[in-house]
Design a protein. Structure first.
Length: 277
């Protein structure tokens, strides 16, 4: 004999545990969901737009008197964008998250691969090179702030090695990471171009022999320490009024050491309007 079915419980009759009071009186800075994937569309300077998949981290602050946040609402916000989230809708999503979760502060990160079809310097052969991009949104008391973070792979060649060696010099792949706050629109490609011009040499997905000769000699003629790289990128960011704050990092994955070389410069032009040279 089948057991009698219980009457369906209404949503209002189910206990809302996360909304119950907490007596420990400790505020949580960030609580939410991490590493959820969702389709996004990004403006492309050459081809109009790119469709890709982004990883999202979504957090809000939680006052000391609440036991938990409503985790399902983060997913609902993502899925309310039935097709693809754009850079333009990212800011609105940040505001919506803070409102729906009744939070004074919130944080969203949207990380995705971005591809540029690059032409080799001599042969002209084309190939794709990928860059790691992260959009970062922070909101506090209803005021949103947006940042864009770009990881640019480059080549670096050691000035000291070149100076002391009778021939050759050690070189390696490097990552130059730039996080900027902007006023007005800036293409992702513009940030990448700015960084690559300050490297010993930029990278390419595909090179023929004449291209390989060129990039090898280009790096040799343009040696840079990590200190040189971050300073040269900072000079360019200082001179461009569209960038109102930045963090520049350079990491060389040393080819002759079992460690990386690293340097960082950060500046908020609103708080530090005078460039210290």
């Amino acid at each position: 004999m089948q057991p009698a079915l219980k009457p369906r419980e209404s949503e209002h009759s189910i206990a809302d545990v996360q909304s119950s009071a907490d007596t420990r009186r400790i505020t949580i800075n960030k609580v939410g969901i991490k590493d959820i994937r969702h389709p996004v569309v990004v403006k492309d300077r050459s081809d109009g737009e790119q469709h890709t998949i982004a990883h999202f981290n979504m957090y809000v602050n939680l006052p000391h008197n609440f036991k938990g946040t409503h985790m399902s609402r983060f997913v609902q916000i993502l899925n309310s964008h039935e097709k693809e989230i754009s850079v333009e809708s990212f800011k609105g999503m940040l505001v919506e998250m803070a409102e729906r979760l009744e939070a004074q502060a919130g944080h969203i990160e949207m990380s995705f691969p971005y591809f540029i079809n690059k032409r080799a310097p001599i042969s002209g052969v084309r190939s794709l090179l990928d860059y790691d991009i992260t959009l970062i949104g922070e909101i506090k008391n209803g005021n949103p702030t947006m940042y864009i973070k770009v990881v640019v792979p480059t080549t670096s060649l050691c000035p000291c090695s070149k100076e002391i060696s009778e021939y050759g010099a050690h070189n390696q792949r490097s990552h130059v990471t730039v996080q900027v706050r902007t006023k007005g629109f800036v293409w992702i490609e513009e940030i990448i171009d700015l960084v690559e011009k300050q490297a010993s040499c930029e990278l390419y997905g595909l090179l023929k022999r004449p291209d390989e000769k060129y990039v090898t000699e280009r790096a040799y003629d343009n040696p840079k320490f990590v200190e040189d790289t971050v300073r040269d990128v900072a000079v360019q960011l200082n001179s461009d009024e569209r960038f109102t704050a930045y963090v520049v990092e350079s990491e060389n994955f040393e080819s002759i050491h079992n460690h990386s070389a690293y340097a960082l410069i950060e500046r908020d032009k609103d708080k530090d309007p005078v460039t210290r040279l």
